[in-house]
Design a protein around this ligand. Structure first.
Ligand SMILES: NC(=O)c1ccc[n+]([C@@H]2O[C@H](COP(=O)([O-])OP(=O)(O)OC[C@H]3O[C@@H](n4cnc5c(N)ncnc54)[C@H](OP(=O)(O)O)[C@@H]3O)[C@@H](O)[C@H]2O)c1
Length: 169
């Protein structure tokens, strides 16, 4: 089973602003939806609270020490990343899923990168700059190889996107 990080960042590494995404880019939301559809998605409490509602057809695994632990068909709230990973992996195994997706935010990305817990990363590079207060953590590009890249050309006011897949060396 693979642990795959999914993130979108602008040219300065910006990923968030005031608890939300700095942008609204339909093509990236569509990419995220297709990738994560019917899979477990692991996230930090702030990212969970930024969602307008539970995302359909996804199993939400949330890490938080401040929220009450909770468990139902679509959601589990865990107090540690270790237990969150165990829930996500158990769900994936029971539903014959190959991947679990690590969807943010910064604190969760940092933990998985620092501890070398990832099997791959899908990063949408957004060829523009947005006002941001949260940035993707520093990552050692020497340790990763880009193995796929799909260019999505600019559409109207929306900038060019590069959907890139990185694998650890
Ligand atoms: N562009 C992207 O790809 C992307 C993706 C996701 C999110 N974002 C953005 O990133 C921002 C949020 O990122 P963030 O780093 O501030 O918040 P976050 O990672 O979403 O959530 C942080 C919270 O998660 C919990 N947590 C983190 N590590 C934990 C651990 N080891 N054990 C237990 N709980 C843990 C804590 O919750 P408690 O305080 O409840 O204990 C912590 O306050 C938002 O602006 C969001 O929109 C961007």
């Amino acid at each position: 089973m693979k642990r795959i990080l999914v993130a979108a960042m602008d040219q300065k590494g910006g990923i968030g602003y005031k608890g939300k995404l700095p942008w609204h880019i339909p093509a990236d939301l569509k990419f995220f939806k297709q990738l994560t559809w019917q899979h477990p998605i692991l996230m930090g409490r702030k990212t969970f609270e930024s969602l307008p509602k539970l995302l359909p057809e996804r199993y939400h695994v949330v890490v938080s020490k401040s929220l009450q632990p909770k468990q139902n068909k679509q959601l589990v709230i865990c107090q540690t990343i270790e237990s969150a990973l165990a829930f996500a992996e158990h769900y994936a195994k029971n539903h014959q899923k190959e991947n679990i997706f690590i969807i943010g935010g910064r604190s969760i990305f940092e933990y998985f990168l620092k501890n070398h817990l990832l099997d791959g990363m899908w990063i949408t590079h957004i060829e523009s700059v947005y006002q941001s207060d949260t940035f993707f953590p520093a990552w050692d590009k020497q340790l990763w190889k880009k193995t796929q890249e799909v260019i999505h050309p600019p559409e109207g006011d929306y900038p060019l996107l590069r959907f890139c897949y990185y694998e650890p060396l």
